[in-house]
Ligand binder design. Structure first.
Ligand SMILES: Cc1cc2nc3c(=O)[nH]c(=O)nc-3n(C[C@H](O)[C@H](O)[C@H](O)COP(=O)(O)O)c2cc1C
Length: 176
């Protein structure tokens, strides 16, 4: 059973995931499977008057290549403290080399509003339609401290997805 929430509910849970072991950014691959990647950066908010989930994906990621041709992504956030091993695997292995959904034994659940599935083992979900992709370039970075983080030139792309649906699924912890 899933219970719809507003985009600005359960933000404490989202923050705990993102700032803790991470959350899963799920994208359809050109080969027709789903690739989950662990993210530690991301926000919800309002952009262009719409509820938006923003993610940051380095060029080197397989997820980056998938996002260039996808029209949606989903975010699946584990219940607090759960799926630490799976988050580690999806944050260290590339979908170029490994079918991560199979390796983790995940159950994919069809999206309610987007054509990207969510991960059934998680409790908090966002389905997003991609509105814009903004490639960060070296001259864009003003801070010298941040500049040093990009010596490899593997810059992030900032991807904004309109939140079409957000919901929690059974067994989920709530902060509200
Ligand atoms: C806790 C954690 C958070 C991460 N956050 C991000 C992120 O926000 N953006 C990013 O590009 N990579 C992030 N990574 C690294 C990717 O998850 C990792 O490189 C992954 O293997 C890429 O998978 P892919 O090649 O299948 O896309 C994170 C890794 C971990 C462990």
């Amino acid at each position: 059973m899933s219970v719809r929430i507003r985009w600005d509910q359960e933000t404490h849970w989202l923050k705990a995931g993102i700032a803790g072991n991470g959350a899963f950014l799920n994208v359809n691959t050109p080969d027709g499977i789903v690739n989950p990647m662990t993210i530690g950066w991301g926000q919800v908010g309002i952009v262009w008057g719409r509820p938006v989930f923003t993610v940051y994906v380095r060029k080197s990621r397989f997820t980056y290549a998938c996002l260039q041709v996808a029209d949606s992504f989903t975010i699946s956030v584990p219940r607090l403290g759960e799926l630490a091993d799976e988050l580690r695997l999806c944050g260290t292995q590339s979908g170029r080399d490994l079918h991560k959904v199979a390796a983790c034994g995940f159950t994919l659940v069809p999206g309610q509003s987007a054509d990207t599935p969510t991960i059934g083992e998680c409790g908090l979900h966002y389905e997003c339609s991609i509105l814009a992709r903004c490639q960060l370039e070296v001259p864009d970075i003003v801070s010298h401290e941040i500049h040093r983080r990009y010596e490899s030139k593997d810059l992030h792309q900032i991807v904004l997805g309109e939140i079409l649906t957000a919901y929690v699924t059974e067994g989920a912890a709530s902060d509200e």
